[in-house]
Design a protein around this ligand. Structure first.
Ligand SMILES: Nc1nc2c(ncn2[C@@H]2O[C@H](COP(=O)(O)OP(=O)(O)O)[C@@H](O)[C@H]2O)c(=O)[nH]1
Ligand SMILES: [Mg+2]
Ligand SMILES: [Zn+2]
Length: 325
């Protein structure tokens, strides 16, 4: 293995020359833990920590290194973790604004392709898919729609290979990660040692597909709860996996629902949690009144969303904000 297999290229090398002159070494962040990072030099993996200077120079939390970042480290003397001195320019960044939090959080950096994974058996939702597509495009990565569980009954993908309502320019792959059908068609997205991230609802088969793409079981998969067809989250910390045949994969970089940060629109709303729910309503222009398939009202009914908060969200005058999404 070399750093090239992890996506290092001549542009990055050119940018790195100034750091090389300071005796620093290029690495890619492959894991993020509470107290430290795991970085790969291409030939070995080591622990690393952010220097105080780098922390101070970051205007936003999302400027700090995260999984997928290429960084400049100083080789530690002795056994301690290597200090990360700099983060190289990102070619793309998946950033989210967590519900109730004002500060953006980096989910993954330098992602070339995002597989937006959905599955037959009830997961597919056009409004949610459109939102994923828009936000992935904005991150700088290329979106690819993967409809998993093609072994189950369902008619999301039309016989011509397209999905009603989705831009025909977006590649769509109907596969079965479990039966191994069609997963080979996804190999092409790793050509040139590219990095692919998988996003989508829990239970759609992201970890199963990740294992398929890696050729071994690196990620734990889960059984879907029988009563409602939904999955539980089993993927805990973010990790970048290297494929033996080149390229890297990140299984669900931490996206829950649709809390992606969208830098070009107003995302500093106090109602991100409700807006994330609203994006899952059946109708895109849902007024959360009496429309069928309203995810916001359902959350109120379940007790997941406070009724008073909901009332202040729908109070007159907020219409423009809600429809501006
Ligand atoms: N029928 C069917 N089930 C699948 C397929 N791929 C994954 N699953 C199952 O879906 C469940 C959730 O898979 P998992 O990979 O953990 O989903 P994740 O939450 O998206 O990572 C597991 O029980 C898998 O065995 C598939 O192609 N067909
Ligand atoms: Mg998983
Ligand atoms: Zn609604």
């Amino acid at each position: 293995m070399s750093l090239e297999a992890l996506g290092w290229n001549s542009q990055r090398q050119a940018e790195f020359e100034a750091y090389a002159a300071q005796g620093l070494m290029p690495c890619r962040v492959v894991g993020e833990h509470r107290s430290h990072f795991r970085v790969s030099t291409g030939t070995s993996e080591l622990s690393a920590v952010i220097t105080g200077r780098l922390r101070k120079s970051a205007a936003e939390r999302s400027d700090l290194p995260g999984v997928g970042d290429f960084v400049a480290i100083r080789m530690a003397e002795g056994d301690g973790p290597a200090p990360i001195e700099a983060v190289l320019r990102r070619t793309s960044a998946l950033i989210r604004k967590a519900a109730g939090e004002r500060r953006p959080q980096l989910l993954a950096a330098n992602i070339d392709v995002v597989f937006i994974v959905t599955a037959l058996g009830g997961d597919f939702n056009l409004a949610r898919m459109e939102r994923y597509l828009a936000l992935v495009s904005e991150s700088g990565a290329t979106p690819v729609v993967v409809v998993n569980k093609a072994d189950l009954p369902g008619d999301v993908v039309r016989p011509n290979g397209q999905i009603d309502g989705i831009d025909p320019g977006v590649p769509i792959h109907a596969i079965s990660a479990r039966a191994q059908d069609g997963a080979r068609d996804l190999e092409r997205y790793f050509e040139g040692n590219r990095t692919v991230a998988l996003i989508g609802s829990s239970g759609v088969g992201k970890s199963t597909l990740t294992n398929r793409l890696l050729g071994h079981d690196a990620q734990a998969t889960q059984e879907v709860r029988a009563h409602d067809g939904r999955g539980q989250h089993t993927t805990t910390h973010r990790q970048l996996f290297t494929r033996v045949s080149g390229g890297t994969v990140i299984d669900s970089p931490g996206l829950r629902g649709l809390e992606l940060w969208n830098p070009s629109t107003d995302s500093t709303s106090d109602f991100d949690d409700i807006e994330a729910l609203a994006s899952q309503c059946r109708f895109r222009d849902c007024r959360h009144d009496s429309e069928p398939g309203c995810a916001v009202r359902a959350a109120v009914d379940r007790g997941d969303l406070d009724a008073d908060r909901f009332a202040s969200y729908v109070k007159p005058g907020r219409d423009s904000l809600r429809t501006a999404r």
